[in-house]
Design a binder for this molecule. Structure first.
Ligand code: SF4
Length: 367
């Protein structure tokens, strides 16, 4: 498959015509400059942001590292509340969440901004810009949830950029969505502090965390963040009882060392258990890493073998449409439970949360 065709398939979600949103948002008030939830005031009208491990200290009229939080005379505000830049309907498999309502649609939203700077970012056009540099819609949280309802999406996904930085908008939208019977999932790098993370977990039904490597060095050089807070957030997510899946994008020469993948797999089994699905995804050259080759499929297969060898039960190969490791297999009888090709489900053999063939309980949210 050519890269162009693959990228087409990657974008298989439905982007709703912007006119629809403009009509919906015609009379929406401008809600940006919404007071931030997690900060403290300091002398001289400075503030300290308490949302992510950067703990930015921000002077009056200045912004934090993520570019979407501004100190306005000693009051810290979010500039992206009610201002999504992307709205689309995707298959939940695109996130990817494989054990969470398979085959269902996820109304997907993002604002501008991010609190890290991954050199391999797929969505850098929206994540690495300031809110005023990209076109946005004005849609308050209640209306956002209503739109998901209108498009018959049973899930809202907070995704594409880094939802942590639009936490206030996300939490308020999730609250409206829950009242409409819609589930909420976050797709995140989880570079976050424990208190806001606890609040976010309480509002979510599913969580997908991108674990970008298993060394502090990679996080420091390639992500511009830290590994430790991400590992802590993964453990908190597992302990919260909310559905959790992990994605590891395998980048040639940077994080494809099998010893590290083995250490990571061991850490997972010990700290979050063998039932949390892990996806080893294929890297394609983009953003600041256009000089690297795509990940060889064999490398992804080796990573999968290593992780399964350490006891992880559900390990997938991602971004290789048609690969047999897109399928969910029963860990007991080894029969195919959910056969997938790309984002499409071809066969579904789970009944009442159990393998249809041998009755083994299969972890996930199935209804
Ligand atoms: S969320 Fe933004 S402003 Fe707050 S600490 Fe992180 S990077 Fe800084």
């Amino acid at each position: 498959m050519k890269r162009r065709d693959f990228l087409k398939l990657l974008g298989a979600g439905l982007v709703i015509p912007s006119l629809e949103f403009e009509a919906e948002a015609k009379n929406a008030p401008d809600l940006s400059h919404h007071e931030a939830r997690y900060y403290e005031k300091l002398p001289d009208r400075r503030v300290r942001c308490l949302l992510c491990p950067r703990l930015c200290i921000v002077g009056d009229k200045e912004r934090g590292y993520c570019g979407v939080r501004e100190n306005q005379g000693g009051k810290y505000v979010s500039l992206v509340y009610g201002r999504p830049v992307t709205l689309a309907i995707d298959p939940i498999e695109k996130k990817p969440l494989f054990h969470f309502l398979p085959g269902r649609k996820a109304f997907s939203i993002a604002t501008a901004g991010c609190n890290v700077n991954c050199k391999f970012c797929q969505n850098w056009e929206i994540s690495q810009v300031r809110p005023e540099q990209v076109r946005f819609y004005k849609i308050p949280p209640g209306q956002t949830a209503q739109l998901a309802y209108k498009y018959a999406a049973p899930i809202i996904a907070y995704t594409y950029s880094e939802p942590i930085i639009f936490v206030e908008y996300m939490l308020d939208t999730a609250s409206f969505a829950t009242r409409l019977g819609i589930r909420n999932v976050i797709i995140t790098g989880a570079h976050v502090r424990p208190k806001p993370w606890k609040d976010i977990l309480a509002a979510m039904d599913g969580v997908k965390i991108d674990l970008k490597a298993f060394t502090e060095e990679f996080y420091r050089k390639i992500v511009r963040g830290n590994l430790k807070p991400v590992l802590d957030a993964i453990v908190m997510a597992a302990e919260s009882g909310k559905w959790l899946e992990i994605v590891y994008l395998v980048i040639p020469g940077l994080n494809d060392n099998m010893k590290d993948i083995k250490r990571m797999s061991r850490w997972m089994v010990k700290n979050i258990g063998p039932d949390v699905p892990v996806h080893f995804s294929r890297f394609f050259p983009m953003y600041l890493l256009k000089n690297l080759p795509s990940t060889p499929v064999r490398t992804l297969e080796r990573a999968r073998e290593v992780a399964m060898g350490e006891g992880i039960k559900f390990v997938y190969v991602g971004n290789v449409p048609g690969h047999p490791a897109e399928t969910t297999y029963c860990p007991k009888c080894k029969r195919a439970l959910i056969k997938r090709v790309g984002y499409e489900i071809k066969e579904f053999n789970i009944k009442h949360g159990k393998c249809k063939f041998c009755g083994e309980k299969i972890p996930g949210v199935w209804s």
